[in-house]
Design a protein around this ligand. Structure first.
Ligand code: PLP
Length: 398
């Protein structure tokens, strides 16, 4: 079936939830995606920071093959070897004592909020409110849409779930005022990803962490986008020098296989059986995929590559900024953002696509461009990206 016919079927039968480019992706290898017409795209989006090792890396293919031949699914009612082995490995590399696995980031965050509310019911007189940050993103379930601080979502799908409040990023006084007796946790991204690559200040986090300790409030660190090497540290909280009570991981952890995790300390092993779970928790294929991906990130020191190539990316963007009105080049490691004048982000992304370069304009930040390539990206790819980006910007701003 040719591309035209495939797109016709998509138009006829798929629930319309996104405005997609009119191409059908067929194959991926390393830094590149190929469509059904054989066009080859340099991928600086990586499925929104998901393909941490690039497309179809060998270690992931091998792990999935081996596990599929052995056991695809047992039941969340039994232990399975892949689940136990990955739980042990992830706890060892992260320094946490306990992990709960699920399939999506939203689900991991929901688990984190449930755990915090359980803690509130035990240790804080039933406190249940969670303080979140304006412009944040935590997922698309109803509860996580309520937690998310996106202006455009405020009136969507009412009624929202109660028990979430929002304060601006880096405004400690606002958070302190909001942290009343009914609050069990604060939840935030240390670098807002979907919001446009905006980092929390170190001083702000230092104050929030000590306020949380003082008032017995949990800190939930949403590292679904920032975790596992992306920012040039294995976890973004390392840049800030603290260890959150609860950390959620997603996206890159499965390298493209649907997988997410919620990590916490032994002291928060407080769910009663049945209060948290899921059909696919500890699913053997997902466990094998995650184990292979995280092991590769750690053993090939991709964190260091993220740091180095992230720095190089900023340098190269700095050179482009001599020719074009590129401002506020920002981010950590391989989570990079910059601004263009007059909300031109989406137009530059479109022109880059025409030139076989995939980059992203964060939905809440129309003047920005975000680069989130695989952690395996090399200098030569950054050079190629810059050359295509230069032409894309020229097409929009000339
Ligand atoms: C993508 C993302 C999520 C949601 O993950 P899903 O797998 O889409 O549910 C949550 N938090 C952050 C910070 C994210 O970037």
């Amino acid at each position: 079936m040719n591309t035209e016919a495939l797109l016709k079927l998509a138009d006829d039968h798929m629930l319309h939830v996104a405005n997609r480019e009119r191409v059908v992706m067929a194959r991926g290898r390393g830094m590149y995606l190929y469509d059904t017409d054989g066009r080859k795209y340099l991928d600086f989006v990586a499925g929104w920071a998901v393909n941490a090792l690039g497309h179809s890396p060998k270690c992931l293919r091998k792990a999935l093959d081996r596990q599929a031949a052995e056991l695809v699914n047992a039941s969340p009612g039994f232990y399975n070897r892949a689940h136990i082995e990955f739980a042990d490995y992830l706890c060892r590399v992260s320094g946490y004592g306990r992990v709960f696995f699920c399939s999506t980031g939203a689900e991991a965050n929901e688990g984190a909020v449930k755990l915090a509310r359980k803690y509130g019911s035990i240790a804080r007189n039933g406190a249940s409110r969670v303080i979140c940050i304006t412009n944040s993103f935590h997922g698309r379930t109803l509860a996580m849409m309520s937690a998310t601080g996106k202006a455009a979502w405020q009136t969507l799908f009412e009624p929202k779930c109660g028990g979430f409040s929002h304060v601006p990023l880096n405004d400690f006084e606002a958070l302190e005022r909001a942290a009343g007796d009914d609050v069990c946790a604060v939840m935030m991204e240390l670098v807002q990803g979907e919001g446009g690559v905006y980092a929390a200040d170190e001083e702000y986090i230092r104050k929030v962490v000590s306020l949380c300790r003082e008032r017995n409030i949990l800190f939930i660190d949403d590292e679904i986008q920032t975790g596992l090497g992306r920012t040039g540290a294995l976890f973004c909280c390392e840049h800030y020098g603290f260890r959150p009570d609860i950390m959620t991981l997603g996206k890159g952890i499965g390298g493209g296989f649907p997988l997410a995790a919620m990590l916490t300390h032994d002291s928060l092993n407080i769910f009663a059986p049945g209060e948290q779970g899921g059909t696919y928790t500890g699913q053997p294929l997902a466990m094998a995929a995650g184990h292979a991906v995280v092991k590769e990130i750690v053993e090939s020191n991709l964190t260091q590559n993220a740091r180095e190539i992230g720095e190089y990316t900023k340098e190269v963007l700095g050179v482009l900024a001599a020719d074009w009105p590129i401002t506020d080049i920002r981010g950590m490691g391989l989570l990079t953002g910059f601004d263009l004048p007059e909300e031109q982000g989406a137009r530059v992304v479109k022109e880059a696509f025409v030139r076989n370069l995939l980059i992203n304009c964060p939905p809440s930040s129309p003047r920005s461009v975000r680069l989130i390539p695989p952690l395996t990206v090399k200098r030569k790819h950054v050079d190629m990206m810059a050359e295509r980006l230069d032409r894309a910007i020229r097409a929009v701003l000339r």
